[in-house]
Design a binder for this molecule. Structure first.
Ligand code: GLA
Length: 412
């Protein structure tokens, strides 16, 4: 008896996560929502409406322009893909005009381009935009998704009703029962509000939104960064292989962020280990935004195999100085991503003068640093040496810090 208890304790993982083998690193892809919303007007706006053409054209761009190769593998349609009513049999139906050959034909095409396909549903009886929700139909809908070849479900929390937690758990179980690996992106943490239990969320979901929707506006990006900086209930520590906090879509390449603010968004999303879902028109994206989305060093931080989300380690928020610093441990062990963010929106550059120790670094041999957006190298620095830089408003200094090796130490 005693032995069986001991063996059981050894076998039980310390933190239990959804074990469907997916999302070992934070997922990457493209999602229709932020950029294309609920545009269903294919008569007047055929180029931009949610339909087969838009999705297939985006699949072409992802496959041919380097995005898939860089790791963006999920092409995900959001709300408004459905007909307003289910079929007489109760199954979900794709809007027949916008998807003349049905969803399976689109998904087959997306797969033929080497991509995976994500779809959208909701725990309530309606989606946020009033299309059929999954309530009372979850088993049937999970089977439909699997039959169509869906690889990811974004499960929203619109019109949730009192038993929404059970709804999220049930949908996850039905997805698993299909036998098809379907990444489960759920809005459970948002719905739970201040009572959120992140251990429960991680048990049910591969990724979970936990804050408001991003919009194409710096203020929204900034508020998300603040929320993640505060890290209430230590949600960043709960993330890891199989389960990630989702800070919402990237708006890199859209209308309103400056080039530097786009770097700040993707750089901090990489440090926070949030999924990276672009939401931009890849058919006419400007070259600088494309380059940023494909930046190998940023994506290497994001996909780092240690699977530890970074967090804010200090934050100055007074009248004149608004500055914060982030740290994410990287493999091989001892390396770190360092992000220093000038959150001030006033016109002055902010001087940063911080020792390696103050940046959270601890290797006694000291560090060299390489800033990713400029390619500039810094150091070597002893732990007591200071990095002195000047950061423009809303910009991010993003560097990889590598410990100085014994050999380098002799020269240093
Ligand atoms: C919610 C979600 C968004 C999007 C819309 C669709 O607001 O948070 O990401 O899916 O619903 O209606």
């Amino acid at each position: 008896m005693m032995w069986s208890v001991i063996i059981l304790c050894v076998l039980l993982p310390l933190s239990i996560g959804l074990d469907n083998g997916l999302a070992r690193t934070p997922p990457m892809g493209w999602m229709s929502w932020e950029r294309f919303r609920c545009n269903t007007d294919c008569k007047n706006d055929p180029h931009n409406c949610i339909g087969a053409n838009l999705l297939m054209q985006m699949a072409d761009r992802m496959a041919e322009d380097g995005y898939l190769e860089a790791g963006y593998e999920y092409l995900s349609v959001d709300d408004c893909w459905m007909a307003k009513e289910r079929s007489q049999m109760g199954t979900l139906v794709t809007d027949p005009e916008r998807f003349p050959n049905g969803m399976k034909a689109v998904i087959d095409y997306v797969h033929s381009r080497g991509l995976k396909f994500g779809i959208y549903g909701s725990v309530g009886n309606k989606t946020c935009k009033g299309y059929p929700g999954n309530k009372y139909h979850m088993a049937r809908d999970a089977a439909t998704y699997a039959e169509w070849g869906v690889d990811m479900l974004k499960f929203d929390c619109c019109n949730p009703g009192p038993n929404f937690v059970t709804g999220f758990e049930q949908m996850g179980n039905y997805l698993n029962k299909t036998g098809r690996p379907i990444l489960y992106n759920c809005a459970l943490a948002i719905c739970m509000g201040p009572k959120v239990d992140y251990n429960l969320v991680k048990k049910y979901c591969n990724t979970w939104r936990n804050y408001e929707d991003v919009e194409d506006n710096w203020k929204y990006v900034f508020n998300i960064i603040e929320f993640y900086g505060k890290n209430d209930k230590n949600f960043l520590e709960i993330a890891g292989p199989g389960g990630w906090n989702d800070a919402d879509q990237l708006i890199v390449g859209d209308f309103s962020l400056s080039a530097a603010q786009q770097q700040t968004q993707i750089g901090l999303w990489a440090i926070m280990a949030s999924p990276l879902f672009m939401s931009v028109d890849l058919r006419n994206i400007v070259p600088t935004a494309k380059q940023l989305l494909l930046n190998k060093e940023v994506l290497a931080i994001h996909q780092d195999s240690l699977g530890i989300a970074g967090r804010r380690i200090w934050n100055i928020d007074d009248h004149a100085v608004k500055l914060e610093s982030w740290l994410r441990p990287l493999s091989p062990k001892g390396r770190y991503a360092v992000g220093i963010f000038n959150k001030n929106v006033g016109g002055l550059l902010q001087t940063v003068n911080r020792t390696m120790s103050q940046l959270g670094l601890t290797d006694e041999n000291g560090y060299t640093m390489k800033e990713i957006f400029t390619g500039i190298s810094y150091g070597p620095y002893k732990l007591s040496d200071s990095l002195v830089i000047r950061i423009p408003p809303t910009n991010l200094f993003l560097a990889v810090a590598t410990p100085v090796t014994e050999k380098e130490l002799i020269v240093f």
